[in-house]
Design a protein. Structure first.
Length: 542
């Protein structure tokens, strides 16, 4: 009952209070002032009179974060440490150990060590579970344990970690870490260049332009721009990357908000590098935000053919608003619309279902590209050419979210040897071992049908069905559970693609993964073939 009171009474009051600091304030001043006074009085009386000692900072932090959860997942309160992390992510530079990590209550897991950086030099591998940093146990830290891995250049830190059940330790010497927006580019054939753009930090335009010019100097007359798994980033970088391929003065994106000053049209402001070079852009279900601005607008302007799978569908723009004491509110301020006028936002966070979940858009409106081709809104960017292996589905997404694929790849790494990246061959017997791994794991994937069936039988009315129906219900659920393993075969293509990528990163880092993709990736091979077929390429765009 306490939780409900906190969320339904306390939280909305804080929401109203924050509106004064974070918006253009046009509402009823008296009502807002009244609610602020109620809240401050409540907060003071609570902390002064509650039976046990309270922690005002923790209470407020919890209240704010719970309040924002009712909005959308991108509107967040940033404490002082969060603000610094936000700056680092956008700058692409920081001082630390050089690894992607995932934080839990009692450990920090190495997700990916960067080749040649401190974590890699110290022998840390993906899957290693850090349990102690210096003299501090991770279990004793409530949050932001990974911040202990950062520090000044040339300082060292002792790390204790668990690998395959064995506790080990190592010392890592911190260095300046540069996070490249373009981690890889290379010629595929004698006249086709390939560029991976993995994030839209402040280096995105500069590094994409450098890669494009270098490839053109090497003889590239066609380009593949890979935005798969790119979660987005800075809006200005998305516009400037698009500008590399379209003329100055072209409308790329429009933002619309209830606050007039956030209503803007963003046009290209620089001279392009090449407005004629044939271009294919690769996307998938994890291409989001700025990636969708680039791919969507290049599609709308008929400047590139999009290949892959429907993108994530994030059509919202956030801006950090400064609060007091070095904190910030990263708030969704507007929706963005690509060059044709469409908003590709997929989930509706403001009209939720009966369980409080955001509703996925299923009704799409038609729009026209510059040449009159039909495109649609409301569900990400739909490619001109779809690739089966790039598509996402609930089962594959659950395997990724629950780290089943990640954990399997860790075991695979320590039980197999691969000498050369191009010799890698993930066999049917390997996939069979993965299915066996899943069956023995704690992975629990609940389908919509299962959820509906459980809800139907859990209500008071279920008692009228009798024992026979109840037993049939249990048998049906059991049969549905058994058939989940069969679903692994149904989605084998998509699942195996994710398995191969995770395994290859373990043995050969990202560079090796991209080398393998150039020879084996279906989307890249499809894009290359399309660029070699001038007539088909031009027909798609016309």
């Amino acid at each position: 009952m306490k939780v409900i009171v906190k969320k339904r009474i306390l939280i909305p009051i804080i929401a109203i209070a924050l509106l004064i600091a974070g918006s253009s304030f046009k509402g009823d001043f008296f009502e807002i002032a009244k609610q602020i006074e109620i809240f401050t009085t409540l907060f003071k009386e609570l902390n002064m009179n509650y039976v046990d000692e309270t922690n005002p900072a923790e209470l407020m932090d919890t209240a704010i974060k719970n309040m924002l959860e009712d909005l959308d997942p991108y509107t967040k309160f940033l404490n002082e440490q969060d603000v610094e992390s936000f700056k680092i992510n956008n700058a692409g530079e920081y001082s630390g150990i050089g690894a992607v990590v995932r934080t839990y209550k009692d450990k920090v897991v190495i997700v990916e060590p960067y080749k040649g950086y401190p974590a890699d030099k110290a022998g840390l591998k993906a899957g290693d579970e850090i349990i102690k940093i210096g003299d501090i146990a991770i279990a004793d830290i409530k949050e932001d344990a990974d911040e202990l891995l950062k520090g000044a250049n040339n300082t060292s830190v002792k790390i204790s970690y668990v690998r395959q059940g064995e506790t080990k330790s190592t010392t890592v010497n911190r260095e300046s870490i540069e996070v490249d927006a373009v981690p890889y580019y290379k010629m595929i054939q004698e006249n086709t260049g390939y560029i991976v753009l993995s994030k839209f930090n402040k280096k995105a335009t500069e590094q994409t332009k450098e890669a494009l010019l270098n490839l053109k100097n090497e003889g590239a007359k066609k380009i593949i721009l890979d935005l798969r798994d790119n979660p987005g980033g800075l809006l200005t970088e998305a516009i400037n990357v698009t500008n590399l391929f379209i003329p100055k003065g072209e409308l790329v994106v429009t933002t619309k908000s209830k606050v007039k000053k956030f209503n803007r049209e963003y046009k290209t402001t620089n001279q392009p590098v090449d407005t004629e070079i044939p271009l294919v852009v690769l996307v998938n279900g994890r291409s989001a935000s700025a990636s969708e601005i680039v791919s969507g607008s290049l599609q709308d302007l008929d400047r590139a053919v999009i290949v892959g799978a429907r993108s994530f569908g994030k059509g919202l723009v956030q801006r950090p608003l400064k609060l007091t004491y070095g904190t910030q509110l990263k708030v969704t301020i507007s929706r963005y619309y690509t060059a044709s006028g469409r908003c590709i936002q997929s989930l509706d966070y403001w009209n939720r279902d009966e369980n409080g979940n955001a509703v996925k858009n299923t009704q799409f409106r038609d729009f026209k590209t510059k040449n009159g081709r039909k495109v649609q809104d409301g569900g990400g960017v739909l490619p001109d050419i779809e690739i089966a292996a790039a598509k996402t589905n609930p089962l594959t997404q659950a395997l990724l979210s629950d780290n089943v694929i990640f954990d399997y790849a860790t075991d695979f790494y320590y039980n197999n040897t691969i000498e050369n990246v191009l010799d890698f061959n993930y066999k049917d017997s390997d996939f069979a071992s993965f299915k066996n791994y899943v069956s023995k794991s704690n992975f629990n994937f609940e389908t919509k049908a299962e959820k509906a069936l459980k809800e139907a039988m859990s209500g008071e009315d279920s008692t009228i069905f009798g024992i026979e129906v109840t037993e049939q219900y249990k048998a049906l659920l059991s049969e549905m559970d058994k058939n989940k393993l069969k679903a692994l075969d149904k989605y084998k293509v998509e699942i195996q693609k994710n398995l191969e990528d995770e395994i290859l990163k373990r043995f050969f880092y990202r560079e090796g993964l991209y080398d393998y993709h150039l020879q084996n990736d279906e989307a890249i091979m499809t894009a290359t073939a399309l660029l070699n077929d001038k007539s088909k390429y031009e027909t798609i765009l016309k």
